[in-house]
Design a protein around this ligand. Structure first.
Ligand SMILES: [Zn+2]
Length: 261
């Protein structure tokens, strides 16, 4: 007897054949997920340990602009490996759910384009802010690390009328900066940290790092709650995070340790 393997759509929970699921970009294509390269940590440390490399790197740099340009080139040409040349996708949603959630992505793009600037975001209509929040929650459904988890925000995402959610899972976010990214190299890696209290999932775009957690984080390990964007808020950047880099720093260290094993 043939056993057909069906996959469950993470939003409607119906079962589909693989070919019926659609490719969902996480994060969205428009916010940097079109050619994902990863910072090659082994190459980077080799680079940093070689004095000559460092000297060469700083030769001819006179302005901050030159520095950033050279840094970008270094990242692109020497220290990165292409992981997902056409963007990173997961087959976690059926076509109709993918189309449905796509409507939220437009709002997320507006947030991204405005750099999350509180002055700009406060001018968005209420519905746009709600869509931004839902779009970011929805992206976590496509994380391979999240498969099999029964999230309690599914109805909130599915309903166009439900404006608020006060369930178990909260999202906190940080603005990327030199402090969140070693040498200003923005990796769009995803990851998970497991604690006694619960779990932390990380997803990022080129400007922000998002953490989905099912417990209240300690101070200074991540940024502000995503729902704060509905009111007055102040962006939190890497410089506000404790010395060890908070959750994001811990994810990087975890990845380095995984590489060694
Ligand atoms: Zn579906």
């Amino acid at each position: 007897m043939d056993i057909e393997i069906k996959n469950q759509c993470m939003l409607c929970h119906d079962l589909f054949e693989n070919s019926e699921l659609s490719a969902e970009h996480y994060p969205a294509k428009s916010v940097g997920n079109n050619d994902i390269v990863a910072l090659d940590l082994v190459k980077m440390f080799d680079f940093l340990l070689d004095k000559e490399n460092i000297q060469n790197f700083f030769t001819d740099i006179e302005t901050g602009k030159e520095f950033n340009k050279k840094l970008d080139m270094l990242f692109d040409n020497e220290l990165s490996t292409t992981q997902y040349p056409r963007g990173r996708v997961a087959y976690t949603l059926c076509r109709s759910c993918n189309t449905f959630l796509g409507k939220y992505d437009e709002a997320y793009k507006k947030f991204f384009d405005s750099d999350g600037n509180p002055k700009v975001v406060s001018g968005f209509v209420k519905q746009t802010k709600i869509k931004i929040i839902k779009a970011i929650y929805a992206k976590f459904l496509s994380l391979p690390e999240c498969s099999g988890i029964k999230f309690d925000f599914i109805d909130y995402l599915k309903s166009t009328d439900q404006d608020s959610y006060d369930g178990l899972w909260q999202i906190y976010f940080l603005k990327r900066s030199q402090s969140t990214d070693i040498l200003n190299m923005r990796s769009l890696d995803v990851g998970v940290l497991n604690y006694d209290e619960g779990q932390v999932f990380e997803l990022s775009d080129e400007k922000f790092i998002f953490h989905l957690t099912n417990f209240k984080p300690k101070n200074n390990v991540t940024g502000i709650n995503l729902f704060s964007i509905q009111n007055k808020y102040v962006l939190v950047g890497g410089e506000n995070i404790d010395g060890s880099g908070g959750y994001h720093g811990e994810m990087i260290i975890k990845k380095m340790l995984d590489l060694e094993n």
